[in-house]
Design a protein around this ligand. Structure first.
Ligand code: AHG
Ligand code: MN
Ligand code: MN
Length: 338
């Protein structure tokens, strides 16, 4: 079988006008950074990259060494190429300005450098998530407000999954495409053509240790799944929770199902657990591009107007019909007073 590299794939996307030359370069640079992160993740204890960094990020979360390493790799790889106006990261409080000695481009890059940090030290899959926006026209010096655009304006989104193999899953608004890292060759090979979320599902993903904190519609939905063949859904479901969003979403893109991180009693004041701009939005674009749906429970994630860079949101995504049921339960609960 003829092997198509990520570079060839992107050049063809450029010929078909799905990406500009600068966006192609941006994605290539992210892919290069992902290879470097993959090497660090794979070496683990041999490279001394496991464990705590001894610092915390703007969200008050303790940083792992790999959170810091992955963040630095992405920032350094992307700041000099001339394709970006600015960057934003889970691990940086403010936006990352392009140093004045480098040229600036027209795109904004946001990322979660290392997703699923709690899994690093137990050798379970982790990932990187990224989102690309256009810098608003006539911006001389981008600021945080330049980034606050709804997810439906993303021009590209993707994730890397550092699992048994390293995958890069990408959308430029033209379906979802997957590439596997060939470590000997050092290149990403197009292996997953036009990924679609299967509509039929018997799997769901939620951290059910939080069940007592959930709102009524989420309890109702999960309770019905758990009642299996004896309940209203009349079939048995299986539950999976990796606790790396990238791995959980990748399973959904592969086998269908639904992933939920709802707002609950503990995270209500923050609006949820997962971050809108570099977790929920890119994953929502990918899932929609693969024929699925992504909602807060009350509406489409991609239509939210962000108010803050590190804003958090409830996330329910996966097979379209399941997300529609979850939204219907939220509407019914609201109509009957919560
Ligand atoms: P991060 O490691 O970037 O902070 O993200 C972790 C997120 C997400 O990947 C995962 O779905 C969720 O947190 C896991 O949460 P619990 O620890 O509550 O299961
Ligand atoms: Mn994350
Ligand atoms: Mn992270």
């Amino acid at each position: 079988m003829k092997r198509i590299t990520l570079t060839q794939f992107l050049i063809e996307q450029q010929r078909k006008a799905y990406v500009t030359a600068d966006l192609r370069l941006l994605i290539e640079v992210v892919a290069r950074a992902v290879k470097a992160i993959s090497c660090n993740v794979a070496k683990g204890a041999l490279a001394g990259v496991l464990g705590e960094a001894g610092s915390s990020n703007v969200q008050g979360e303790a940083q792992k060494k790999l959170d810091v390493i992955a963040n630095e790799i992405l920032l350094q790889a992307n700041e000099w190429g001339g394709h970006l106006a600015a960057m934003a990261s889970e691990e940086e409080e403010g936006i990352w300005k392009i140093p004045s000695d480098y040229p600036k481009g027209g795109y904004l890059l946001l990322f979660d450098p290392l997703d699923g940090s709690s899994n690093i030290d137990v050798n379970i899959s982790v990932g990187t998530i990224f989102s690309v926006l256009r810098c608003p026209r006539n911006t001389i010096e981008p600021n945080e407000a330049s980034f606050l655009q709804p997810g439906n304006t993303q021009v590209a989104a993707g994730y890397a999954l550092y699992g048994p193999s390293t995958l890069l899953i990408l959308t430029v608004g033209n379906g979802v495409h997957g590439f596997t890292l060939d470590r000997e060759m050092g290149s990403f090979i197009y292996t997953h053509v036009d990924i679609r979320v299967p509509e039929q599902t018997n799997e769901y993903a939620i951290n059910s240790s939080n069940a007592r904190h959930w709102e009524r519609p989420v309890r109702r939905y999960v309770d019905e799944l758990q009642r299996g063949s004896l309940g209203p859904r009349a079939k048995d479901y299986n539950m999976r929770w990796v606790a790396s969003m990238v791995a959980d979403v990748h399973r959904i893109l592969t086998r269908g199902g639904v992933f939920m991180y709802p707002v609950d009693e503990r995270n209500r004041s923050q609006g949820g657990k997962l971050r809108l701009m570099y977790e929920a939005n890119p994953m929502a674009m990918l899932v929609e591009q693969a024929g699925g749906a992504a909602s807060t429970g009350h509406g489409r994630i991609l239509d939210l107007q962000p108010e803050r860079l590190h804003q958090r949101v409830p996330v329910m995504l996966g097979s379209r019909s399941e997300v529609e049921i979850i939204e219907a339960y939220h509407r019914e609960a609201a109509a009957s007073g919560g």
